[in-house]
Ligand binder design. Structure first.
Ligand code: GDP
Ligand code: IMO
Ligand code: MG
Length: 422
């Protein structure tokens, strides 16, 4: 049986914390897409750690962690991350497995990402510059190198061939930066990667399932950044939705049971692209500061706004969400008034769906207004003790989305989570 945890917005919903919280109930925690563009924050005691490629189950000593074939992996980032988790006492070589089909991010992919963004000027995607787009382009373009290729004696020849192809593209972009240092780091990190447990991921996971083990698939990014259903072209290059679990791990759709969707109690976005409920005023600044809304991977300030139920309903539909976890509820503690977008005015007409090209139409959010709860909820641990005004906010979401909000996260700490009892 496989359960999935994924983001319902534009990423950074708090997936890392929630996966770490749920991990105790599973045997295997697996990443199925994305790469070092992800930044998943969790706390081990009072130590904060941000994971980019390693699944967020790594701090549970008895759990298996798998980097699936749908991921794009940068050996340099992995090496740094391994050092960071090792410094917290984790024996990562014991519990971390990598699919041989996982595509590699090469230094030239990072260079191409940068060159492409520079060439777009004002229209840039706002990519994390980790080489994600170019690495997935080489996957679908059937050029990429995979983790399993590292074990082939011809790896260096294959690398040089692809590097030359990339150089021609970089020359076209007139990209002048010297990346020799990046390449040195890459080959050093590749040595470490060769020492990992490189497995046939699809057999590995299906054998576990057959043996009755429970798998938790950990999504990266968010549904509105999905390459098909997100706000294209301002999206990432992978399938961030539940369908991506099947192709990103090699498991059949019938194996998926719960799809746990994570949403903040409000909404954020980092990078360019449409965001109908964005607040460019002092309330937006308040949320950014109260929620410490700065990118976990890039440090960029996140754009903040009200929760958008039109987009959330869309995300629940394409993912088949069965339950919701609402995070960062505590960030709204001091606001006197809260707004919830429950439809859009698209070119003057009221609509309740996500339009094809959000930035080619004029979208005005239509809000329902709620009283703020004006209570510090960060140390509340029982649902019945949460303020009534907050329950009203959650009940509205439940009835709008027709999917239960089962947990409310009220702080970054591992134990700051309230189970909504029915
Ligand atoms: P992810 O990419 O979905 O894993 O999310 P990030 O780690 O990028 O961003 C979420 C941020 O919010 C991190 O700094 C978390 O420590 C923090 N966080 C998670 N849940 C909560 C919560 O309920 N309340 C508060 N105040 N912070 C939270
Ligand atoms: P987690 O897993 C938030 C955004 C980038 C940019 C767009 C494309 O931490 O939620 P890319 O580097 O993928 O080509 O960038 O997607 N983006 C994220 N935003 N959280 C993430 O991951 C993101 N990963 C990519 O900011 O707008
Ligand atoms: Mg993040």
């Amino acid at each position: 049986m496989v359960d999935v945890i994924l983001g319902l917005q534009w990423g950074d919903e708090g997936k890392g914390k929630i996966v770490d919280f749920f991990a105790k109930d599973y045997d295997v925690i697996a990443r199925f897409q994305g790469g070092p563009n992800a930044g998943h924050t969790l706390y081990v005691g009072d130590k904060k750690i941000v994971l980019h490629q390693i699944p967020s189950g790594i701090f549970h000593d008895d759990k298996t962690n798998l980097i699936g074939n749908g991921v794009v992996l940068d050996p340099v980032v992995l090496k740094k991350e391994c050092d960071a988790v090792a410094s917290l006492g984790v024996d990562y070589k014991k519990n971390l497995f990598i699919s041989e089909r996982t595509h590699l991010i090469l230094p030239t992919h990072r260079a191409l990402d940068k060159a492409s963004e520079l060439s777009k000027g004002q229209e840039k995607i706002g990519s994390t510059l980790k080489g994600i787009g170019p690495a997935y382009m080489d996957k679908t373009g059937r050029n990429g190198l995979r983790v399993g290729d590292l074990l082939d004696k011809n790896f260096t020849t294959q690398y040089i061939k692809l590097r030359m192809k990339h150089q021609r593209l970089l020359d076209n972009f007139n990209f002048q930066e010297d990346i020799h240092q990046w390449e040195e780091e890459f080959f050093e990190a590749v040595e470490l990667l060769r020492e990992f447990k490189i497995v046939n991921g699809e057999y590995f996971i299906n054998e576990k399932l057959q043996a009755g083990k429970k798998v938790l698939a950990e999504g990266a990014q968010g549904s509105m950044l999905d390459v098909d259903f997100g706000t294209f072209p301002f999206v990432t290059s992978s399938s961030t939705i539940s369908a991506g679990v099947c192709s990103g791990l090699g498991i059949a759709p019938q194996k998926i049971k719960e799809v746990i969707g994570i949403t903040k109690a409000y909404c954020t976005r980092v990078g360019s692209g449409p965001f109908p409920t964005e607040l460019s005023d002092s309330t937006g600044d308040f949320i950014r500061n109260a929620g410490n809304e700065f990118g976990s991977t890039t440090g960029r300030p996140r754009r903040c706004g009200w929760i958008d139920l039109v987009a959330l309903q869309f995300a629940c539909m394409i993912n088949g969400v069965t339950q919701i976890v609402m995070t960062k509820a505590d960030v709204l503690d001091e606001l006197a008034e809260l707004k919830v977008c429950n439809s859009y005015r698209v070119n003057g007409e009221e609509k309740n769906y996500v339009p094809f090209q959000m930035n080619r139409v004029n979208i005005e959010p239509i809000y329902k207004i709620f009283d703020g709860w004006n209570t510090n909820i960060s140390s509340i641990d029982r649902f019945e003790n949460l303020p009534d005004k907050m329950k009203t906010y959650i009940n509205y979401m439940n009835s709008f989305l027709k999917i239960p909000v089962n947990y409310i996260s009220n702080g970054p700490g591992r134990e700051q989570i309230v189970h909504v009892k029915k």
